[in-house]
Write a protein that binds this ligand. Structure first.
Ligand SMILES: [Zn+2]
Length: 170
């Protein structure tokens, strides 16, 4: 069975035709995620809708499922639920960034060629913690200089301006 989420599509044609894609992707089909997750048989549920809004090519969608990450403190698996609302405006190159409507994030597509699975990889990678750790871990990190480094990194993630913008939009 061919998976249209892995096919190369033309977002401009898809928007004209108001194409809707739905299906599942296995982590095995998302190479950029593979090294960050434990159970590679995990499946993500995917929906994407293409349409035009004024002159903009818009892709909205949802990525949901559950990934298994490895806790950095106890090295045991931890469940990481994923539920991402996608709202993208397609542009042909970075110079058109100013034309992206406020309510969408830019998605640069050169050569009219886009793989939906690569959007899934980008979006999920943005939500993954740099250091995965149980909320209440049985094996809390000792207070060494190394653990301070972890804390600093976690704070930086929380203050990432893109993440803040993303949260505001929801
Ligand atoms: Zn743990």
């Amino acid at each position: 069975m061919s998976n249209s989420l892995l096919a190369e599509i033309d977002p401009f044609v898809c928007a004209e035709q108001k194409r809707y894609f739905s299906g599942q992707l296995s982590i095995k089909e998302l190479p950029r995620l593979l090294e960050d997750v434990l159970a590679s048989e995990a499946l993500l549920d995917i929906e994407f809708q293409f349409f035009k809004e004024q002159k903009n090519i818009i892709i909205t969608g949802r990525i949901s499922g559950e990934l298994m990450l490895q806790c950095a403190a106890c090295l045991e698996p931890m469940s990481f639920p994923v539920d991402i609302q996608v709202g993208l405006a397609v542009i042909r190159d970075q110079s058109l960034m100013d034309y992206v409507p406020d309510s969408y994030e830019p998605c640069v597509v050169e050569d009219r060629c886009l793989q939906l699975s690569s959007i899934v990889e980008d979006e999920v990678l943005l939500t993954l913690p740099i250091i995965a750790k149980h909320d209440r871990c049985i094996n809390d990190l000792p207070h060494t200089s190394a653990s301070k480094d972890f804390v600093v990194e976690e704070l930086e993630v929380k203050e990432n301006p893109f993440e803040v913008l993303k949260n505001l939009k929801h």
